[in-house]
Design a protein. Structure first.
Length: 284
């Protein structure tokens, strides 16, 4: 892959350093080897055994307000992130109220996309117009930067911190007990940031990416020199299983009671209670 023809700037190296915690020279080499591709550079550092922070979906919004809410029948949940540039604005009560007014429209109209939301009426104008009014008034870049939606038999919503993160959990039941359990699971998702509900629902590209990384790490170990490919593959499978246990929701230890997994907790609430899907949006 690597070629030195790509021009890597100091700003790019610094950005990769901040995102991964790796050293400056390592970051420069990773970017050169990856032709400036950030995701590939992160993988390169991981393959070389660098301790790299998990950076999945939390980089989109710098500041702003994240709100998660369900429709009155608890069958649909929506998360919106109304983004701004500074925490001074995001902590302003008027800005929070503005974000909540947009969410109220999203829920009342049960919108399916951010584009549909932008065109909805709000106080005699459209949501898009009202956002532009805020830009003019506050002097910061403001936008509805994230929109997520979950539809299921039951949906629980959870807002973490001072509107810093929103989580939706889809469930196969809509009873008060199921929805209460859904809130507990949403707190788990907020804290542990799983990649999927269970090993079966991990995207194939994530599985292959992790397999490539652990296989390369194992192969690079001097103790594994000359060992058959089957043995390396078996060790890689073991490491992948450990990854799934740490990174998929139902296999994780339940944060409120570490003696049981999330799957055990759901079973204790109701024998056939299942999480069907989830969404997590965080400022970062």
């Amino acid at each position: 892959m690597g070629t030195t023809s790509v021009n890597i700037t100091a700003a790019e190296i610094n950005k990769l350093r901040q995102q991964t915690g790796a050293g400056m020279m390592d970051c420069r080499k990773a970017l050169v080897e990856s032709n400036g591709d950030f995701e590939a550079a992160i993988d390169y550092l991981r393959k070389k055994g660098q301790k790299v922070a998990a950076l999945r979906g939390d980089r989109e919004a710098k500041e702003g307000v994240v709100i998660a809410k369900t429709t009155p029948d608890n069958k649909t949940g929506i998360i919106i992130n109304v983004a701004c540039e500074t925490d001074f604005v995001s902590k302003n009560a008027e800005f929070v109220a503005f974000a909540q007014s947009i969410m109220d429209v999203a829920i009342a109209k049960n919108v399916k996309s951010v584009e549909e939301l932008q065109s909805q009426p709000l106080d005699g104008a459209t949501v898009a117009d009202k956002v532009n009014d805020q830009v003019a008034k506050i002097g910061e870049k403001i936008s509805v930067s994230r929109f997520e939606r979950v539809e299921s038999e039951g949906v629980a919503a959870y807002i973490h911190g001072a509107y810093r993160m929103g989580v939706l959990v889809g469930l196969n039941k809509n009873t008060p007990q199921a929805l209460e359990a859904g809130k507990d699971v949403a707190m788990q998702i907020a804290a542990m940031n799983p990649v999927a509900v269970d090993p079966q629902s991990v995207p194939a590209e994530t599985v292959e990416r992790e397999r490539a990384i652990v296989t390369e790490q194992i192969s690079a170990d001097p103790k594994m020199a000359g060992k058959p490919a089957e043995m390396i593959a078996k060790i890689a499978d073991g490491k992948l299983n450990a990854f799934f246990k740490e990174q998929t929701l139902v296999a994780q230890s339940f944060v409120k009671d570490s003696s049981k997994s999330v799957a055990d907790y759901l079973k204790s609430v109701s024998g056939d209670l299942k999480v069907t899907s989830f969404k997590r949006v965080a400022l970062g």
